[in-house]
Design a protein around this ligand. Structure first.
Ligand code: PMP
Length: 434
């Protein structure tokens, strides 16, 4: 079956394609393949499954809509299903945004909400350029605005995202983050930099695809100050970090930063496709028809999403992600001492990355003579992924150089399941390092 499908499907899509599994059943953390093998799934639909596979409250919410005879698609019309979703979503939003926010249903993917956010801030400010960060991932449709005619291209200035392990300035820590912030200020204040007056700044509070790099809270607050002082709307892309994943309902809450715009998708749809952009109501310059699209706010996804958001909130799953994530990180950090190929272990909550490096390659030296970490080792990361799979554990690969093994387990992970994940992962790393 795998071979037949592979012959018909383009190889362009890489997520999980390398895994030789034909999933036929799934529940919670577990996926069962057509061959009867069971796997612990720490890919979780690229972070979509906050409650794991087929959680009973999600299934019940979907069934309820199906059995009620409610219409499954009515474009922008108000429905009880949509009202319930919006009410629950607003209950969770960071204070400071919730009191005066609007929501725009986009759809159906995270990248659609990113496009909508760009379009919104460009319309609201009358400016065009965007500020983004090295290693960022916001989706695959950056050309869609231009292709739709009239809007022009999105010119993006790329600024340094602070990072301890591979700090662009070779310092890391708070000093490195402060230098990154000053760099951003200088670009904005330099009329010759090409983007003196951008329409918005977009950032991930924790870079996911870029290799699980949490932004320091102080740096996020600096970005808030810098953008506020220049009337540049700040867009927080919480597509991957949202819904409790990092230990707070929204990752910006760690720093207390209130963004002007939030881009949300993945877990908000309870495993079905749903994406929204939430923004301060005074940015709402859109006229009717300004942001159309046939498939927005799918009824089943909204029902599954309402159930998920409510379950995470009512069961304190963000707090649970914080404590369990801290325990898993502490365990995994010991591996940096045990295995030379484990360069760095980092994350926030249940968003965890293990950077694999090549310990035999020479340490790179910067212009100032400081040595950096060993170079990333995508081949070692791939080998760890393969060994994990042999042990019945599905992990994701990511990072700017694909050298990072990533874990995005469901927030419903039990202590015993976490131990099983850690055991299998440690075993896999040990077998690769041997
Ligand atoms: N933003 C972030 C932070 C993401 O992680 C992703 C997907 N990994 C996207 C946007 C794009 O979402 P989608 O793949 O649903 O278009």
């Amino acid at each position: 079956m795998l071979r037949r499908q592979a012959a018909r499907e383009s190889a362009a899509r890489t997520y999980a394609r390398a895994l030789p599994i034909v999933p036929v059943r799934a529940r919670g953390l577990t996926i069962e393949g057509a061959d009867g093998r069971r796997y612990l799934d720490c890919l979780s639909g690229a972070g979509t499954l906050a409650l794991g596979h087929n959680h009973p409250v999600v299934l019940e919410a979907i069934r309820k809509v199906l059995d009620s005879g409610a219409p499954l698609h009515v474009l922008d019309l108000a429905t009880p299903v949509k009202d319930a979703f919006t009410t629950e979503l607003f209950r969770t939003l960071p204070p400071g945004l919730a009191d005066h926010a609007r929501v725009q249903f986009c759809g159906p993917a995270g990248t659609d909400a990113v496009e909508a956010a760009f379009k919104l801030v460009r319309a609201a400010t009358g400016r065009t350029g965007m500020l983004a960060f090295t290693g960022a991932y916001h989706g695959m449709t950056a050309g869609a605005l231009e292709a739709s005619g009239g809007a022009g291209d999105v010119r993006v200035a790329r600024l340094p995202y602070p990072q301890d392990y591979r700090c662009p300035f070779g310092i890391g820590g708070e000093r490195g983050a402060e230098l990154a912030a000053r760099w951003t200020e200088s670009v904005l204040d330099d009329a010759k930099s090409g983007v003196p007056s951008p329409a918005g700044m977009i950032l991930e509070p924790v870079q996911g695809e870029g290799g699980v790099i949490p932004a320091p809270d102080g740096w996020l607050r600096r970005m808030r100050e810098i953008t506020a002082a220049r009337s540049i709307p700040l867009i927080a892309d919480e597509v991957q970090t949202g819904v409790g994943r990092t230990g707070r309902f929204w990752a910006v809450e760690h720093s207390g930063v209130v963004p002007d715009v939030m881009v949300l998708s993945k877990a908000i749809g309870g495993s079905l496709p749903l994406a929204v952009v939430v923004y301060r109501d005074d940015l709402d310059v859109w006229q009717p028809g300004a942001h159309a699209g046939t498939f927005r706010g799918n009824q089943l996804a909204m029902a599954a999403g309402t159930a998920t958001l409510a379950y995470v909130r009512q069961n304190g799953l963000a707090e649970r992600a914080a404590t369990l994530g801290a325990r898993m990180l502490a365990h995994l950090r010991l591996l940096t001492e045990e295995f030379a190929c484990v360069g760095d272990v980092r994350g926030r909550g249940l968003m965890i990355g293990i950077e694999m490096v090549n310990p035999e390659a020479p340490l790179p030296t910067s212009a100032t003579g400081a040595t950096g970490p060993h170079p990333p080792a995508p081949s070692i990361a791939t080998a760890v992924q393969r060994e994990c799979l042999r042990r019945g554990l599905i992990v994701e690969l990511g990072g700017r150089h694909a050298g990072v093994v990533r874990l995005l387990p469901p927030l419903t992970l039990t202590d015993e399941q976490a131990d099983a994940v850690l055991d299998r992962l440690t075993d896999a790393i040990a077998s690769v390092a041997a």
